[in-house]
Design a protein around this ligand. Structure first.
Ligand SMILES: Cc1cc2nc3c(=O)[nH]c(=O)nc-3n(C[C@H](O)[C@H](O)[C@H](O)COP(=O)(O)OP(=O)(O)OC[C@H]3O[C@@H](n4cnc5c(N)ncnc54)[C@H](O)[C@@H]3O)c2cc1C
Ligand SMILES: NC(=O)c1ccc[n+]([C@@H]2O[C@H](COP(=O)([O-])OP(=O)(O)OC[C@H]3O[C@@H](n4cnc5c(N)ncnc54)[C@H](O)[C@@H]3O)[C@@H](O)[C@H]2O)c1
Length: 478
């Protein structure tokens, strides 16, 4: 019996998941389907960043932008097309429709249907073993922190008094940006720069360091050249030093002493982990500016508490959040040992051309393997499908050690799809011969991957004097 005046009895599930984004939803669904009792706590929208302010709206906007751009290269195909008239409100309606079509999969109704108790509130720890949310105390056997990340707002003087956009607002603007200034040339900055340029905006991107700094510089240069050819101004080594409101718009003073005016400012300067509301001190969960600290098994300094996805400061991708969720389930439900740092994770920047990477870049692989590394490559300029599509910029570059691929960079048409073959090859530890020996349909873009792998054997076969002698001898035996 409850004491008069006390709150409802504590919930005592097997698992309490905090955050209903990519990581939290995957853990909650998996645990519930395997028979565990689960409480899922979400303070904002179900689906998290990816569905509401990230992957889904950005890819939907890029898809609209690609169509808007179709006229630009049409003459090369013998077509005359007029530039499109962009209906900003209708483009945003398209983005909202795509979100709405995917949303049921992440919805409260679906999770309740799976048997999950969903609480819509911000969760905070009140002890190492308890969380409070929605007026309930939750004393779970295990907790999963999957609270994601938010746009980092750099300490640029004037920014706090100047209106600016982030990924949380850019997909819902009242009016189309006419002159957009983007701070940061990471994946968010460049995807948004190309989308808005193609939809009619003048776009300037300011990047304090190098654009797409995590990627192979040669591949990044192909993307930058394409964006610049479309009229996106990208300034590397130039920081936004100060910003101010100017009329109805903004002005940015650059580190090299210029002033750039725009109607809108997008801050895409990295991410910061969502830990502020969690009261982590009460749980004994250690964190720093990168996020909640975890060991190889994704456990925090409190052994009952896991931290997954963007909040733990690892690679910030939806598929990585999903992968970590699978590992945490194995550990939390089946007590199996897991090592989160074992896999090679692919990533893609969805500009056109796309840039895809798995495993180490050439520079990273050289540093790790020195003379044992072979770098193999095939250019899309020699790929007949890419030529037919008039999309022949870019290349496949394969980093291999002892006949096995360890890393691959692809920049070019549909690079994000093409990296799938190499994801299999690397995760299954296949030899290059497995890819080189494929008979692929002609003409397909994937043949560039086969050619890159075949380059490993071409040098041995065609440059080998013993093979030449053997062939001549056999020919004489006739
Ligand atoms: C513009 C943009 C484009 C992107 N594009 C891609 C892409 O194409 N491909 C890709 O792989 N990745 C992409 N990403 C990254 C991807 O969105 C993230 O890596 C992914 O969403 C991380 O999932 P998560 O579960 O860790 O966090 P989130 O999806 O952010 O979910 C965290 C949830 O926790 C909730 N929460 C936070 N604190 C609390 C609390 N105290 N109590 C209760 N709930 C709380 C939040 O409201 C949120 O719903 C993109 C990101 C952005 C910003
Ligand atoms: N396609 C995808 O998978 C995809 C797309 C978008 C985002 N994401 C994820 O989200 C993460 C965050 O993306 P992001 O693009 O915001 O971050 P990022 O860290 O990749 O890039 C931010 C850039 O902003 C620059 N910057 C910071 N302050 C500046 C200043 N004052 N002036 C000029 N430049 C400045 C930094 O030098 C950096 O290059 C990515 O790392 C990625 O994991 C993934």
């Amino acid at each position: 019996m409850k004491d008069a005046g006390s709150g409802p009895a504590p919930l005592r599930p097997d698992l309490c998941v905090i955050g209903a984004g990519a990581a939290g939803l995957s853990v909650a669904a998996g645990a519930a389907q395997m028979g565990a009792s689960v409480v899922l706590v979400e303070g904002a929208e179900m689906g998290g960043d990816c569905l509401n302010h990230g992957c889904v709206p950005s890819k939907a906007l890029l898809a609209a932008a690609r169509r808007a751009h179709a006229h630009a290269g049409a003459a090369r195909f013998g077509l005359r097309m007029d530039p499109p008239r962009v209906d900003h409100a209708a483009v945003l309606a398209h983005v909202r429709e795509v979100i709405a079509a995917i949303a049921p999969h992440d919805s409260q109704e679906r999770f309740e249907g799976l048997g999950v108790t969903v609480i819509r509130d911000w969760a905070r720890f009140v002890s190492p073993r308890a969380v409070e949310a929605g007026g309930r105390r939750i004393e779970a056997r295990r907790f999963v922190i999957a609270t994601g990340s938010s746009p980092a707002v750099p300490p640029i003087p004037g920014l706090d008094e100047t209106p600016f956009e982030t990924n949380e607002t850019i997909f819902a603007l009242d009016r189309a940006p006419e002159r957009l200034i983007v701070i940061g040339a990471g994946p968010i900055g460049l995807e948004m720069a190309q989308a808005h340029r193609r939809l009619g905006a003048e776009v300037t991107v300011l990047e304090a360091g190098r654009a797409l700094a995590r990627d192979d510089p040669e591949a990044a240069a192909v993307v930058l050249a394409a964006l610049r050819a479309e009229g996106v101004v990208i300034e590397e080594g130039v920081a936004a030093a100060r910003v101010r409101r100017e009329g109805a718009g903004v002005a940015v003073e650059t580190s090299d002493g210029r002033a750039i005016g725009g109607t809108h400012l997008l801050v895409a300067a990295g991410r910061t982990p969502n830990v502020g509301r969690l009261n982590l001190a009460a749980a004994g969960v250690a964190h720093d500016a990168r996020g909640v600290k975890v060991d190889r098994g994704l456990r925090t300094s409190n052994r009952r508490v896991y931290a997954l996805g963007d909040v733990n400061g690892g690679p910030q991708f939806t598929h990585e959040a999903g992968r970590q969720a699978g590992l945490a389930l194995r550990s939390a439900l089946f007590r199996l040992p897991v090592r989160a740092d074992r896999a090679a994770i692919p990533w893609v920047t969805y500009t056109e051309p796309e840039l895809a990477q798995i495993g180490p870049t050439e520079a990273e692989a050289r540093a790790a393997h020195g003379a044992r590394l072979s770098v193999l490559r095939a250019d899309f300029a020699a790929n007949d499908r890419a030529r037919a599509e008039r999309a022949a910029e870019g290349f496949v570059k394969v980093m291999a050690v002892r006949g096995r691929p360890i890393g691959v960079t692809i920049v070019g048409p549909h690079a994000g799809e093409l990296i799938g073959l190499w994801t299999l090859a690397i995760s299954a530890r296949l030899k290059l011969s497995a890819v080189a020996g494929l008979t692929l349909p002609y003409p397909t873009l994937n043949d560039a991957s086969r050619q890159a792998a075949a380059a490993h054997y071409a040098a041995r076969l065609f440059g080998n004097p013993w093979i030449g002698r053997a062939v001549r001898l056999l020919a004489r035996l006739g």
